[in-house]
Design a protein around this ligand. Structure first.
Ligand SMILES: Nc1ncnc2c1ncn2[C@@H]1O[C@H](COP(=O)(O)OP(=O)(O)O)[C@@H](O)[C@H]1O
Ligand SMILES: [Mg+2]
Length: 376
C-alpha cells in the first residue's frame, strides 16, 4: 500500500449494515481510514467537521436519498470537490445520468467485485491529487505574478518621475529629437505601468481575492468622471463621447472606483479600436431591478469567429488598435468581467463588423425603490 493511501479518508454512506461492514472490511484491508454512516444527515455532519478524500454513496436510503446528499455536498464550497462514487442496485440509465448530473464522478451497480471498485476509487483519488497539485501551482503562479507586478511598480514609478522632472528641467535646451525620445520613453513607462496594474488585478482576481468595497452609490458619479477623463484621450482623435442618462436612477450597491475602472476600460477600448472622427455613446437606463449601462462605438466590430476570445486572459483578436501608438495587452475585458460578476451583475456585447461594437452590463439596483438619485 502506498504512503498516500494510508492517509486517505474514505466515507461510505449506505443504509444496509451488511454493505457498510463489507466496504469497511475491504477498504481497511487496503489500509484506508474508513468512516461509515447509515444515513445522509449523519454523513454530511461528519463531512463538514472532517472532510473525507472520497465518498461512496448509496442512492435509496430512508430520509435523504443519495442524490440529495450529493447535491448538498456540491453546494458546500469546502466539500464540493470531494469525489463522490455512487454505489447502487439501481441499474437503469436514468439513475446513472441523474447521479452524474448531481456531480458524481462514477457509478457502480450492485452486486460488484471489490477489486473493480478499488481500481475506480484509486483512479479518482489520483485525479483529485492532480487537481489539488494544479490548484496549488495556480495559486503559486498568481502569488508570483502579484509579487513580481508589485515589485516592478515602485522602480517604474521612480523612472517615470525622474524622467518627467528631467524633461521639465531640460526642456528649453532639448533638440526636437531628444524631446521625441523623452516622449517615447514616457509613453513606454505609462504602458508598462498600465500593464503592471492589469497584471496585479488579474493575479488578485484569479486568486479569488478581488477587493470590492461596496456601498450605496449613485453610479453616475464615477461614470461621468471617467467620461470626462476619456474625452481628453478621444479629442486628439476627433472623437466625441455622448452620455444619455434618465433624470432619475436608483442607487446601486457598488464599489464606485471599480465601476470607474470598468468604464475606463470600455471607453479606452472604444477609443483605441475606432478610426478618428467616429463617435462613442454611453447610455444608462433602469429596467426592472437593474441599472443597465452600455458603451457603443462605430469602430471595426469584432469578427464573429473571434468573439469567444473576449473576456479571456490575453484574449486579443485580429482587431488591432487604430494607430500604432496605442497598445494592447488583452487583459482589460477579463478584469471588467470579474468586477461586474463580483457585483452580481453580468456583461455582454453586440458587435457587427464594419458597424461597431456595443458593450452592456447591468448591476442589480437597490431594492428600496424610494432611494433614487435625482439629477438636475
Ligand atoms: N470596442 C472594441 N472594438 C473592437 N475590438 C475590441 C473592442 N474592445 C475589445 N476589442 C478586442 O478585444 C480584445 C481584448 O480587449 P481587452 O481585454 O480590453 O484588451 P486590450 O484592449 O488590452 O487588447 C482586444 O485586443 C481587441 O481585439
Ligand atoms: Mg482594453
Amino acid at each position: 500500500m502506498t504512503e498516500a493511501a494510508e492517509r486517505r479518508k474514505i466515507m461510505v454512506v449506505d443504509d444496509a449494515p451488511a454493505n457498510l461492514n463489507f466496504m469497511h472490511k475491504m477498504l481497511q484491508s487496503k489500509d484506508y481510514h474508513v468512516l461509515t454512516f447509515p444515513d445522509g444527515e449523519k454523513a454530511l455532519n461528519a463531512a463538514s467537521k472532517n472532510p473525507p478524500d472520497l465518498v461512496f454513496l448509496d442512492i435509496k436510503m430512508p430520509g435523504m436519498d443519495g442524490f440529495e446528499v450529493c447535491d448538498r455536498l456540491k453546494a458546500d464550497a469546502a466539500l464540493k470537490d470531494i469525489p463522490v462514487i455512487f454505489i447502487s442496485a439501481l441499474a437503469e440509465t436514468e439513475h446513472k445520468v441523474k447521479a452524474f448530473a448531481a456531480g458524481g464522478v462514477d457509478y457502480v451497480t450492485k452486486p460488484f467485485q471489490f477489486e473493480e471498485v478499488n481500481a475506480r476509487m484509486e483512479t479518482h483519488l489520483r485525479l483529485r491529487g492532480l487537481q489539488l497539485e494544479l490548484q496549488a501551482l495556480n495559486d503559486y503562479k498568481n502569488h508570483f505574478l502579484g509579487m513580481a507586478a508589485h515589485d516592478l511598480r515602485t522602480p517604474l514609478a521612480a523612472i517615470m518621475l525622474i524622467s518627467e522632472s528631467l524633461v521639465y528641467q531640460l526642456s528649453p535646451s532639448l533638440t526636437s529629437d531628444q524631446s521625441k525620445f523623452f516622449d517615447m520613453m514616457l509613453a513606454s513607462c505609462k504602458f508598462m505601468t498600465g500593464m503592471i496594474n492589469d497584471l496585479l488585478d488579474v493575479s488578485t482576481i484569479e486568486s479569488g481575492h478581488i477587493n470590492i468595497n461596496r456601498q450605496m452609490v449613485d453610479i453616475t458619479v464615477p461614470i461621468i468622471k471617467s467620461v470626462e477623463i476619456n474625452r481628453m484621450f478621444a479629442s486628439p482623435k476627433n472623437m466625441s463621447i455622448a452620455i444619455s442618462c434618465p433624470d432619475q436612477l436608483p442607487l446601486v450597491f457598488a464599489d464606485a472606483d471599480r465601476i470607474g475602472q470598468v468604464i475606463d476600460n470600455l471607453l479606452s477600448n472604444a477609443i483605441k479600436y475606432s478610426q478618428p472622427g467616429t463617435d462613442i455613446s454611453l447610455c444608462l437606463r433602469h429596467e426592472n431591478d437593474k441599472v443597465i449601462v452600455s458603451v457603443a462605438d462605430q469602430g471595426p466590430g469584432i469578427p464573429e469567429n473571434e468573439q469567444n476570445k473576449l473576456f479571456l486572459a490575453f484574449g486579443k483578436t485580429s482587431v488591432r488598435p487604430a494607430s500604432e501608438k496605442e497598445r494592447s495587452t488583452g487583459l482589460g475585458l477579463l478584469i471588467v468581467k470579474k468586477i461586474i460578476e463580483a457585483h452580481d451583475g453580468r456583461i455582454w456585447f453586440k458587435s457587427e463588423p464594419k458597424k461597431g461594437t456595443e458593450f452592456f452590463f447591468f448591476l442589480p439596483s437597490c431594492h428600496n425603490w424610494d432611494i433614487y438619485c435625482t439629477r438636475a
